[in-house]
Design a protein around this ligand. Structure first.
Ligand code: PGA
Length: 246
């Protein structure tokens, strides 16, 4: 199965023109087959325009609120995203957990609401410190996806992102990430049985054009969640090309 590459633009770029330029640069540099395994997550405000202009790319939101509508100032709901043609959402990114107080319970609520609304749902989990026990990731993962069995798990993507590796330039050791994702796969199987085979597991945290091959060459790793490097057109295109060649 081809490797999935997700570009998380975070709070970038600062204007629509720049966002369109980045999307066009990527779009013109990759072959049509690559679009199938590419998802881009820009800030909310650019989503509608990007979806309209680049229909062949899968676009997703970096966050959302689980209620459909109502008195929730500042929030964006899943029906609103669907209305502008968005089919992917990210849940529980470490920056949401760290700066916006999202915990496993909130992440679980969002995960279930996104799966219930038939979104392709990317759930991020990872330990804070390098020497945290691996068990903490497994526990957080189990809480984050609890009760997901009632939904189509082919829509579920799990991104293992050690927080100490996110945005630091210090990527995890690919073999270690592979082993840890193996633990997540086993935990998913225990919780969800054979259906868990539909879940894709990605690595994220300081992925670059240079280290992509090492991560994607690991047996348990189905793709990568790329932050900083997804804002650099040339580097990101190289990551996509590597992913296709693995
Ligand atoms: P990074 O971010 O690639 O810049 O480390 C990864 C992420 O935030 O998902």
């Amino acid at each position: 199965m081809s490797k999935l590459i997700i570009g998380n633009w975070k709070l970038n770029p600062m204007g629509l023109n720049e966002a369109v330029a980045l999307a066009s640069g990527i779009s013109f540099s990759v072959s049509p087959e690559m679009y199938e395994n590419l998802v881009l997550l820009p800030p909310f405000i650019f989503l509608e325009e990007l979806v309209k202009r680049f229909k062949h790319i899968s676009w997703g939101a970096q966050d959302f609120f689980w209620e459909k509508k109502g008195a929730f100032t500042g929030e964006i709901s899943l029906p609103m995203l669907k209305d502008v043609g968005v089919e992917w959402v990210l849940v529980g990114h470490s920056e949401r957990r760290r700066f916006f107080g999202e915990n496993d319970e909130i992440v679980n609520k969002k995960t279930l609401s996104a799966l219930a609304a038939d979104f392709n749902t990317i759930v991020a989990v990872g330990e804070l410190q390098k020497d945290d026990p691996e068990e903490t990731v497994v526990e957080s993962f189990k809480k984050s996806i609890q009760s997901a069995s009632q939904y189509n798990l082919k829509r579920l993507v799990v991104a293992y992102e050690p927080v100490w590796a996110v945005g630091t330039g210090e990527a995890d050791d690919p073999a270690r990430a592979n082993r840890l994702i193996g633990q997540l796969r086993r935990a998913a199987f225990k919780m969800l049985g054979d259906e868990s085979n539909g879940i894709r597991f990605l690595y994220g945290g300081s992925v670059t054009a240079e280290n992509t091959r090492k991560f994607l060459g690991q047996l348990n790793i189905d793709g990568a969640l790329v932050g900083g490097a997804s804002l650099n057109q040339e580097e990101f295109v190289n990551i996509l090309k590597t992913a296709q060649a693995v």
